[in-house]
Design a protein around this ligand. Structure first.
Ligand code: CIR
Length: 255
């Protein structure tokens, strides 16, 4: 079974954390409508939806990706870099418990799931304002026993590593070379975003199809030119909270 964990948009999303963006008015109802569209898109790809309990008092709680890293062998509960986001983790742990054994990033280390890009047996982890060296050591300790290699990746200009690079097929990544060094991903086919769309590198590969923001038509064309199958979603309101398509779900295969 394919499973997507999501969580409703908090009515307090306007009080979200922001790092690189200026605060703009966010319409929580429109954000929720767009989130429904995102969920429908995922169920359209044949997965079951598991909606986490709403957390109306936690402004960023829709961005569930940051709370856990789900590998086939284990789910790693994170310790988000923003203290305001740490209370999001407990309910995600309970939802994951039936499906995976659980491990945790221990204090004082911090790690956001948005900084973690798993490509086969290599886990690239962004060294960011949210994820520190201790957090990276934590994920290394947990995952190495399952045969994963962890590589720390410096980047700049954006919140998370996956704002700068994501996987779009078995062997290709979509990347903004202005934010992360292309050479780090030399082993992969690297598709560069259109330079006029700097936020376009965040794509969600969901069971062979790329879920992609409608806001980046030029970069979309680059994906389609490579025969990558894409479906677009409008997540413009969530983007004002510095979120994109990977951050609104945790995808897992369940046997
Ligand atoms: C935050 O700053 O934590 C949220 N406003 C946005 C988190 C987006 N998460 C992600 O890209 N993985």
């Amino acid at each position: 079974m394919k499973l997507a964990m999501t969580r409703a948009v908090s009515p307090t999303i306007a009080r979200c954390e922001l790092t690189h963006l200026a605060r703009q008015t966010i319409d929580p109802e429109l954000a929720q409508e767009q989130h429904h569209g995102y969920e429908s898109c995922l169920t359209g790809l044949g997965c079951e939806l598991l909606r986490l309990p709403p957390e109306p008092d936690l402004p960023d709680s829709v961005f569930v990706e940051d709370t856990a890293v789900v590998l086939d062998e284990v789910a790693i509960l994170t310790r988000p870099g923003a203290a305001s986001r740490r209370p999001e983790v407990a309910s995600v742990a309970e939802a994951l418990r039936p499906y995976r054994s659980l491990a945790t990033i221990e204090p004082p280390g911090t790690l956001d799931g948005g900084d973690v890009l798993v490509l086969g047996r290599t886990i690239f982890v962004g060294l960011s304002g949210r994820t520190d060296a201790r957090g990276i050591d934590g994920i290394r300790q947990i995952s190495s026993s399952f045969g994963y290699e962890v590589r720390a990746v410096p980047f700049s200009g954006c919140l998370h590593l996956k704002s700068a690079v994501t996987r779009v097929s078995e062997d290709a990544v979509l990347i903004n070379p202005g934010w992360v060094d292309l050479h780090v991903f030399a082993a992969y086919d690297r598709i560069e975003i259109d330079p006029s769309e700097p936020f376009a590198a965040n794509a969600l590969l969901a069971w062979g199809t790329v879920v992609y923001p409608a806001a980046f038509p030029k970069s979309l064309r680059r994906l389609e030119a490579r025969r990558i199958q894409c479906v677009t979603v409008d997540v413009s309101e969530l983007a004002k909270a510095e979120g994109a398509v990977t951050c609104c779900s945790l995808l897992l295969d369940v046997r």
